[in-house]
Design a protein around this ligand. Structure first.
Ligand code: UDP
Ligand code: UDP
Length: 467
């Protein structure tokens, strides 16, 4: 028995270290909850400060709901060169956390009882693995996107040439990942294809390379959505000598917030409402916002729309009226409900009135929609989102109009086209029944005895007595 009364042979102690942005924090929170309710002692390390208000609020909810999770703050040091901040405040914050990683060493070794393992976000792999190696501490990387994206992340550093240029034969019109169908070049995040240095590209190259030295890779997915990639990864087709890849998802949503009940949704007929959201960090152009508003009205369908005008919530201060104009606001009132504040998406997607989700294809949004059986209209905006969208389309739970632009391309999709597509989604009975079937499948995977459940249980077992 340790001095705390825990027997490390029965109760492993695991620390979790997430990275910046809700898309990275949310799955770590879900994992922490799952572990703490599975008799694992959890220390949650929070890089401080966070970029967004929603991150700090989610963390407060976590620690007040689960006082037995130990909170440790990693006080971040300022970066000397803040010029890269303009590229993307979240990617920049990955760099800030990486730059402060050395502070982890004393923090980790001071924890009592000693740790069985550290679970780190993929964006921190290359700076954290040397630290855990020095402490002889097993290090697991939690990859917070799809397994398909993981195959690109792990292979990218091999595809680029020695000067990190993207002109190799593996990267012409299609990106060739060993053991998998080639991916169209147009689905790859554009910063990765630039010849110049940028944060996203160096983050892929450095972390993708180093991740192969971790003790294991956790992914928030399962065979229903990501079967092809998981098989290729586990059979060593993507890369030889990979550590084990554990598909443990989709991690069940965990309702931490006590948000106000959406009275408006309660008044709508079952399956009638399109929920529209582009996630926590994607701002759409003003012109596109107005066309989208026009399209939603023209569709004649009911809709609930969470609008974002800035990537970082703290900076999002403009009034809805100023963004939309009075005329559009009036037209939208008839069948729509538009907000600018954070809504608890889990609550929205679980509501019986919601019959479709217009989503930017962020991986968490997708796993949540699958969990609740909501068909999707996928409109990828950047990063991993085209690769994610295709997975959903392939299993028959989403529509993706590939001609709609992304990454700030100078194009605006017109209201008429949006209206028509929204009508198609909400009228698609086949997709609705597919979504219900997939919902059952993904829930079975994480229920006791399911594939994801078993993998997490095996991992927990392997951590026992590791200290
Ligand atoms: N989210 C939410 N309310 C909002 C916007 C986002 O609850 O108004 C949550 C959403 O449920 C998801 C996360 O924030 O869990 C966003 O992650 P995702 O991977 O979908 O996209 P990202 O925001 O990283 O682009
Ligand atoms: N964008 C965004 N949130 C993000 C990333 C991108 O809103 O987290 C939008 C933003 O409008 C940005 C555009 O997408 O200008 C392109 O971003 P990306 O990082 O893909 O860079 P690019 O391909 O233009 O270099």
């Amino acid at each position: 028995m340790s001095s705390s009364g825990y027997d490390p042979k029965l109760t492993p102690h695991v620390a979790l270290l997430p990275s910046a942005g809700m898309g990275h924090l949310t799955p770590f929170i879900r994992l922490a909850v799952l572990l703490t309710t599975s008799n694992v002692r959890v220390t949650f390390i929070t890089p401080y400060p966070t970029v967004s208000l929603s991150e700090s609020q989610s963390l407060s909810h976590l620690f007040s709901t689960f006082p037995r999770i130990t909170r440790k703050q990693l006080h971040l040091l300022p970066l000397e060169d803040p010029s890269a901040k303009s590229e993307d405040p979240f990617y920049y914050h990955f760099e800030v956390i990486r730059h402060s990683s050395h502070l982890l060493s004393p923090l980790l070794s001071s924890l009592s009882p000693p740790l069985s393992a550290l679970i780190t976000d993929m964006s921190l792999a290359s700076t954290v693995i040397p630290i855990t190696d020095a402490l002889q501490l097993p290090n697991y990387i939690f990859f917070t996107s799809s397994a398909k994206m993981l195959t690109l992340f792990l292979s990218f550093h091999i595809m680029v040439d020695p000067r990190d240029r993207c002109e190799t034969s593996e990267m012409k019109d299609f990106i060739k990942i060993a053991g998998l169908e080639p991916i169209p070049r147009s689905w790859i995040p554009p910063p990765l294809l630039q010849d110049t240095k940028n944060l996203l590209k160096s983050y892929f190259i450095e972390n993708g390379k180093k991740m192969t030295e971790s003790s294991g890779i956790l992914v928030n997915t399962n065979e229903t959505v990501d079967g092809e990639s998981l098989e290729a990864l586990s059979k060593g087709k993507v890369l030889r000598g990979l550590p084990p890849v554990h598909a443990i998802g989709p991690l069940p949503p965990f309702n931490l917030e006590q948000s106000q009940p959406l009275a408006w949704l309660d008044d709508q007929p079952p399956g009638s409402v399109l929920y529209v959201s582009f996630g926590s960090r994607t701002a759409i152009s003003r012109e596109q916002i107005r066309e989208l508003g026009d399209g939603l009205v023209r569709s004649g369908k009911r809709f609930l729309w969470v609008v974002k005008d800035k990537k970082v919530d703290k900076e999002d201060s403009l009034e809805l009226m100023d963004m939309m104009g009075q005329q559009l606001m009036e037209r939208m009132k008839e069948k729509g409900f538009v907000v600018k504040n954070w809504l608890n998406q889990e609550e929205v997607l679980s509501h019986a009135a919601v019959g479709g989700f217009l989503s930017h294809s962020g991986w968490n949004s997708i796993t949540e929609a699958l969990w609740h059986g909501v068909p999707m209209l996928l409109w990828p905006q950047h990063g991993d989102q085209k690769i994610n969208a295709e997975l959903v389309e392939r299993i028959g739970v989403g529509m993706w109009v590939k001609s709609w632009g992304w990454c700030g391309e100078a194009m605006v999709v017109k209201g008429e086209e949006i209206a028509e597509t929204v009508g198609e989604l909400l009228g698609n009975q086949f997709m609705r029944s597919r979504a219900a079937k997939v919902r059952n499948e993904v829930r079975m995977a994480v229920d006791e005895g399911g594939s994801s459940y078993k993998r997490l249980a095996d991992l927990i077992e392997s951590w026992k007595g590791l200290v």
